[in-house]
Design a protein around this ligand. Sequence first.
Ligand code: SAM
Length: 199
Amino acid sequence: MLLNPYGMVYVLRLGHRLGRDKRVTTHVGLVARAFGANGFILEGCDESVLGSLRKVLSVWGGDMVVECCSSGMEVVRSWKDAGGEVIHLTMYGLPLDDVIDAIRVSPKPKLVIVGARRVEWFYYENSDYNVAVGNQPHSEVSALALFLDRLFRGRWAYIRFGGAKLRVIPSSRGKVVVRVGGPREGSDEGSRGFHKGSG
Ligand code: SAM
């Protein structure tokens, strides 16, 4: 469990293009989960993305909310009405180093927005922070990972994902995976095995 002082840290993915963005959007969701967000909202309901994320949650654990919406603007409005703050990641924003302390000390729930294609002006105007992870164009995946890492000061690395069916045992070589709750979980042998096909 990650000590999340904000209650909710949700990621809103804008501009998803069916087919073309499936892999990148799935990766945005995977980064959200792995780096400590507890909600992922996809603008546009692509069940193939949502299904992939739910499958990862069921195997590897965690209780991140996964949902879709028809309007990211509505999500922003209701997030702010409920007292939360909105952080839009964009190469045109203020440097991460300059704003991360203020974002971190604010106890407000956080909605972190990442785009795909051009992001509408509404988001620049209505976000509490437009944050640049460097001022060069790169990727929503890298921008989100770096932002969450800095927000949580690296503590995401110690999250224990509740409800996991499988858990990785770090090893210097190979892929060592145990079935959680299996007869010999935690021993050197038992359910431990080398999985070649699980990514
Ligand atoms: N011109 C876009 C922008 O405003 O950052 C880059 C488009 S990029 C293909 C898609 C998304 O990646 C952006 O909407 C933004 O969320 C994120 N992104 C890319 N580079 C970034 C950077 N240097 N800092 C923060 N976010 C970035």
